[in-house]
Design a protein around this ligand. Structure first.
Ligand code: A3P
Length: 875
């Protein structure tokens, strides 16, 4: 038929007889011509793919022999090759479909293998090539293995000899192969092997599931089996985060210790898991980690009224939503996840890859409104994304067709961001809020059971699951309470989960009064009309977004409200949580904790470890401005040593750039918020060491006592003079810094940025940093731009600073990288600083490089060498 692709065949009198001396090939290519009325005619199959165009032309679509079918998908190998060749470190690429292994059922295991010749001096890792392709090709087109070759084998006539390409190495003989070491690893290797159709000996503990033939369907099956074995919930994303046997084993031992101990026994190292109490430090840190929402011009016309359910996750919000969805005047879909984003493209970027399932709530809503199937809904939302619609407009598009019904948006993540909450007020006309509360102990336990840390909080953070659960409860409710303080009382309604499940009718009646709606008895039947209530997934077999347990209940189960009281929590609640819970009307046993100090919200100070009785150690930010990087050091110094970071705040656009001495003076006034008089403990790493030096000098000059000045791997002291640096070289500096601190390459080469507008360059760097895991995927562009400005300000301050001698003594730690130091470094290990300290310097070396000394394992060595100097002061 017209327009349909097929193999091009030729027939007629001119057709040759066949291949010379190749009877098999002749039989394959010259076949009986079923179209000819004459008997005995033959067709020649050209191997070209083509189709008829309406105008009678034949369109050539490619060669059939580069088109393969793998697991039911038709793949054009040339497309994969061309995409791979676009990687900056790839010179040539060839992709084959190979059948090197038999599956355990005896069938051939067909998979794509990529052969790559790298650019000179580069050696791209398979994982990197894979993640590069991931952004550009659908999953079924991703090669299962990557083989680096010095050159491609060629045939006599100079074409790539595909037959001579070697099978990728696997199993015990392959380089880097490590066999499982523990019972747990052996179990996982068998699981991997079964899912991939390999034998257990072929799976090494560092082989990635996705690079040895795994895909998301096989992964979902594997995770399901693992879940059955453990008897606990495991999310599919766990496999994306821990794709090797070794990584999965470590993760399971950490996060499923009871099940792992029961099934396979724990090693002593794995048993050493202590829980810490949550304090204001941790609360502040979680707040720091959540990026602000970039400002957005106010709407000219507000959206119609809507209702927002505000709560921490695991507060029974899904049940409440489904109850509300049973009212004919309300439209209450699953998590819309719109308010925390300015635009649809931003939202899409945050919910890519492993987090893509968060897109489903909006899709489900669109399906319901327009009676669409999932694909139609996806097409519409993808159009909003491609055209980068403001999320505000998408809300409007949901509200228009639902007519008289009021939109109810229940999305627990909104409460983590004050900015998102404020957005509801600015974008909607008189919106109403339902504040849903639940006892923190119940929420923490529920969060732990549902392993919500794997899916709910998208940003990198240093907390364990329990800490994260408590922090999310605390920060969410602090935000909601502060936000609602400015909302008129007739637009807010407070509701306790415990009361909702105990007396649903009374609570729903109160809710309907608040919403000025008649009460509907049908609301009380959450397990009826589940389709209309959107309590189903996008597809018949998939699950609704939201509470994993909702469908395990059959009715509104009052016992759930009090169930948590059955097991005493291992770790008591931290003070900030207790305080808030009490003020919200929850009873807690008596307890007092007095150690936490409080800082002003706009202060440059960030508590990194606020507990402890000793004099605090103040650590000044490095050139990038953040103090996040000191967290490991603060933890290593132990709970008795308070540690505060001094971070850079962005300067108002029109104020002059700060010089380093004014910066130091400013930080000293922040330090006095916490500690009014000396002796002071000051320090910093890299540029932070130089600022600390100047702070110490200013203190001494005014007669204040400095107990220790700790300089960690500072640059040399000479001012280089103000440099008129162009944005490109500043950006290169920032990239180097991000790579160093994150401990991995961003995979960018200068040519990637060459000739692009600066704005575009910045966006590329942000994307690459996020892809490499150096920056949170949630960091938006406006925030990243701010980071760049801070970097620029600090670089200017550092390069124009000429240190004046200090009358005290220095404690200086130098990184000792594996490569030899320069001769100047050998003759003066203090790098010139000793000449600037009249009372001399202690210099200590730490094995590690400039950046790695702040990361484990080197940071433990640093802390161990630093601790005696602090103890001396405290003694
Ligand atoms: P537990 O984990 O303590 O059982 P959210 O929807 O905000 O994530 O909240 C999930 C909590 O709501 C879970 O608490 C879940 O059991 C509870 N829940 C869901 N459906 C329920 C029902 N029909 N009756 C009582 N509780 C329910």
């Amino acid at each position: 038929p017209l327009g349909v692709a097929g193999e091009l065949a030729v027939a007629g009198a001119q057709l040759g007889r066949g291949y010379w001396n190749r009877p098999e090939l002749t039989a394959d290519r010259f076949v009986p011509d079923g179209f000819s009325p004459l008997p005995g005619q033959r067709l020649y199959r050209t191997g070209d793919l083509a189709r008829w165009r309406p105008n009678g032309e034949i369109e050539f679509l490619g060669r059939l022999d580069t088109q393969v079918k793998v697991r039911g998908f038709r793949i054009e190998l040339g497309d994969v090759e061309a995409t791979l060749a676009a990687h900056p470190q790839v010179r040539e690429a060839v992709v084959l479909a190979r059948e090197d292994h038999a599956r355990q059922d005896g069938s051939a295991d067909r998979r794509l293998v990529a052969y790559v010749v790298a650019e000179p001096d580069s050696e791209p890792a398979g994982a990197e090539l894979r993640s590069f392709l991931q952004g550009l090709l659908p999953e079924y087109m991703l090669p299962a293995a990557f083989v680096l070759l010095p050159a491609l084998p060629l045939t006599a006539n100079g074409k790539v000899d595909r037959k001579a390409l070697p099978a990728p190495e696997a199993g015990a003989g392959a380089p880097g192969f490590v066999a499982p070491r523990t019972e747990l690893e052996r179990h996982l290797a068998t699981l991997w092997a079964d899912s991939l159709g390999l034998s257990a000996e072929q799976v090494g503990i560092h082989d990635s599931f996705f690079e040895t033939g795994g895909n998301s369907i096989l992964g979902a099956i594997l995770v399901n089996r693992l879940q059955q074995t453990l008897g606990e919930i495991v999310h599919v994303v766990a496999l994306f985060d821990h794709p090797t046997v070794a990584a999965m084993a470590a993760y399971l031992a950490r996060d499923y210790p009871a099940a792992v101990a029961r099934l396979w026994g724990l090693t002593p190292a794995e048993q050493a898991l202590a829980s810490r109490r949550v304090d204001t430090t941790a609360v502040e840190l979680l707040r720091e980690i959540i990026p602000p929402l970039a400002p957005m011009a106010a709407a000219q016309e507000k959206n119609p009224p809507a209702v927002f359910v505000l709560s921490a996750p695991r507060s029974g919000s899904t049940l409440l939503r489904v109850l509300l969805a049973g009212h004919s005047r309300l439209f209450a879909p699953p998590e819309l996840e719109l308010l925390s984003f300015n635009t649809m493209a931003e939202r899409r970027a945050a919910f890519s890859g492993r987090n893509a399932f968060w897109l489903e709530g909006l899709l489900r809503a669109v399906m319901e409104i327009h009676r669409f199937d999932p694909e139609q809904a996806r097409a519409l939302v993808e159009r909003y994304e491609a055209e980068d619609w403001p999320t505000r407009l998408v809300y409007r598009r949901l509200q228009e067709p639902i007519g008289e019904r009021t939109l109810v948006d229940k999305t627990p993540s909104y409460a983590l961001s004050r900015d998102a909450l404020e957005r509801a007020e600015s974008d909607f006309d008189a919106p109403r809020y339902i504040h849903l509360l639940r006892h923190p102990n119940a929420v923490i336990r529920s969060f732990e059971e549902a392993k919500l840390d794997q899916v709910f909080f998208r940003h990198a953070h240093p907390f364990d699951r329990r800490e994260l659960a408590e922090l999310i409860w605390t920060v969410s409710h602090q935000n909601i309470v502060r936000f609602l303080a400015n909302v008129p009382s007739q637009r807010q309604h407070w509701l306790r989960f415990e009361e909702l499940v105990r007396d649903p009718q009374a609570e729903l009646q109160r809710l309907c009064d608040f919403l000025a709606l008649p009460f509907h008895p049908g609301m009380l039947q959450p397990y009826q009309d589940t389709h209309a209530r959107m309590a189903d997934g996008l597809h018949a077999q998939s699950r609704m977004l939201g509470d994993v347990k909702f469908l395990q209940h059959r009715t509104i189960d009052a016992a759930v409200g009090e169930r948590w009281r059955g097991a005493a929590p291992a770790t008591p609640l931290g003070e900030p949580t207790r305080e808030l819970a009490c003020s919200l009307g929850y009873q807690l046993p008596d307890h007092h904790d007095s150690t936490s100090r409080v800082t002003r919200p706009d202060s440059a100070l960030v508590p990194l470890q606020a507990g402890g009785k000793e004099n605090p150690l103040f650590l000044v930010h490095p050139i990038g401005g953040s103090v996040f990087w000191y967290l490991n050091l603060a933890r290593e110094l132990g709970p008795e040593q308070p540690v505060y970071g001094l971070r850079s705040r962005i300067q108002a656009a029109n104020s002059p750039l700060l010089d380093l001495p004014s910066m130091a003076a400013r930080y000293l006034s922040a330090v006095r918020e916490i500690q009014e008089f000396g002796p002071y403990l000051l320090g910093g790493w890299s540029m932070g060491a130089v600022v600390a030096f100047e702070m110490a000098r200013q203190l001494r000059a005014k007669g204040a006592e400095v107990a220790r000045l700790i300089m960690i791997d500072p640059p040399r002291p000479q001012a280089v003079g103000a440099r008129e640096e162009d944005e490109a070289s500043l950006l290169a500096g920032l990239v180097g810094d991000l790579e160093g601190l994150a401990g991995r390459s961003l995979g960018l080469v200068p040519e990637d940025l060459e000739g692009l507008a600066f704005e575009v360059q910045l966006r590329k760097v942000l994307a690459a940093s996020q892809q490499a895991g150096a920056l949170s995927t949630e960091l938006d562009f406006a925030h990243f731009r701010e980071m760049f400005t801070i970097f620029q300000q600090n670089r200017h301050a550092l390069s124009t600073f000429a240190p004046v001698p200090y009358t005290g003594r220095l404690t200086l730690f130098r990184a000792r990288p594996a490569v030899a130091a320069t001769s100047a470094d050998v003759s003066d290990p203090s790098r010139g600083w000793i000449n600037l300290a009249s009372a001399g310097a202690d210099v200590r070396f730490i094995d590690g490089d400039h950046y790695s000394i702040l990361r484990p394992p080197a940071v433990a060595r640093l802390a161990a060498q630093l601790a005696p100097y602090l103890d001396e002061v405290h003694a």
